[in-house]
Design a protein around this ligand. Sequence first.
Ligand SMILES: Cc1cc2nc3c(=O)[nH]c(=O)nc-3n(C[C@H](O)[C@H](O)[C@H](O)COP(=O)(O)OP(=O)(O)OC[C@H]3O[C@@H](n4cnc5c(N)ncnc54)[C@H](O)[C@@H]3O)c2cc1C
Ligand code: SF4
Length: 493
Amino acid sequence: MPGHTAWLLAEHLSPANPALAGARRVLLIESATAIGGAPHHRQKLLMILSAMRRTARRLRDQGLEVDLREAPTFAAGVAAHRAAHGDPEVRLLRPVGRRAQRLGRLPGVTMLDGSLFLTPPEEFDAWADGRRRLVMEDFYRRQRRRLGVLMDGDAPLGGVWNLDAENRRPPPRDTAPPELAPYPDDDLDREVRRDLERLAPDAFGSIGPRLWPATPQEARTRLAGFVSGALDAFGPYQDAMLHGRRLMWHSGLAAAMNLGLLDPLEAVRAVEDAHRAGRVGLASAEGFARQVIGWREYVAGLYRRWSADWAGMNALGADRPLPALFRGGPTRMRCMADAVGGVAATGYAHHIERLMLFGNLMLTLGVRPDEALAWFTTSFVDGHEWVMAPNVLGMALHADGGRMMTKPYPASGAYVKRMSDHCRGCAYDPAVRGGPTACPFTSLYWDFLDRHRDRFAANPRMRPMLRNLDRLPPPEMAAARARARELRADFTA
Ligand SMILES: Cc1cc2nc3c(=O)[nH]c(=O)nc-3n(C[C@H](O)[C@H](O)[C@H](O)COP(=O)(O)OP(=O)(O)OC[C@H]3O[C@@H](n4cnc5c(N)ncnc54)[C@H](O)[C@@H]3O)c2cc1C
Ligand code: SF4
């Protein structure tokens, strides 16, 4: 029988997937092991299965033969498909994750080179090869030029490449941020919910209404809503947190991009157009472009080059277990209770909650990188191996010893106080370093610097923090150390 089968993984739902070119039929496998093998967030599973089944429906409507099948494993699914269809060649676009790449070795499967990212591997390598350090800012400027984003000839629009300094404001007092708008259930969502009870009884988090786009159309509508309703404030307030608020002025589009439902360049062009039409400021447009053509492509490129080295890295010798509060255990830390509760409810937290609350607590406490990675990977709707490994191991935990980021990001309660309204009404005091009322972030921050002083002494970016450490009166340091020792022995706070 002529023609091949295009096998679409959940991360490959883009209409531009090259495996679809000339395909006679399409295979989508709902693997019971992939769905129920780890306690993934229910919102993530609902979004993924809903997106896969809607993709199947769209492709059928386009006249393709579609085999959407449930199977115990991917291997079993491919074998059953081939047996039922006369042993066709099954073409799979090379997945990004290292483990998923093993699928290319299954009988009858041909792996296609190519990717749904904006940066072909050879382009990333052309930039990276021979450089002593792979600095994101250098890569991002090259991306701006190469993709022609926010450029004025060969110069950056507005004359500067980086507007980060304008984008670090604390939350405004008088403006409420937009919230996630749920999608009303249709028959397909209801069917997925029923199947999930059977396929993933031990999944994590709340199932609630579906909160995340499951079709290209839903993703485009969310993009349009972000551009018209949130983008102008995205830049200035991208580091801000407000109690009870999840999305703030962020886009909530990572999950859709990671499944291939939204072309990242389409999102960036929409943002650039809004700026050129005078509807949003340059700091916001530049901030968003930096995240998407910069950070997103940069971490994917680093993952491809370094993923083999990342496994098992633990440069800071972190050996503490993940505190129970990350799985809903009780805590009096007002910021953590709010952000972890938000993850359980939605499968989402924005970048600063991920880095400066979750990552910061794990870093300064010394949580084992494998446990941290497992929590991040299962808890977020946009979690995929390629994006988690660099962000968690490289950026948040410094487990790679600084290969990716020049410095770690420890912060005391003072940072959270400045960038949020969480500390008002908390049982702890961000300014207190020792004793029962000390903010755990504050005690752990000083203790972290103290424990790793020698390692960071020669790092110019850590010097201001270490100078402040040296200025601490000895009794203050002793009190912080004592409280941190208690927290590290048995984290209850
Ligand atoms: C510890 C940690 C874990 C993370 N885990 C994930 C993850 O599992 N999946 C994921 O997609 N992102 C992850 N990120 C990156 C970033 O935090 C999320 O992409 C972002 O918060 C998603 O929300 P948003 O779509 O509202 O993003 P916005 O704030 O609206 O940003 C726009 C887009 O930029 C991209 N982006 C921004 N920063 C990054 C980055 N560091 N890496 C990759 N893409 C980026 C995303 O596609 C995002 O949608 C993680 C960051 C940290 C520090
Ligand atoms: S005092 Fe500390 S624990 Fe409490 S909300 Fe502020 S930063 Fe969080």
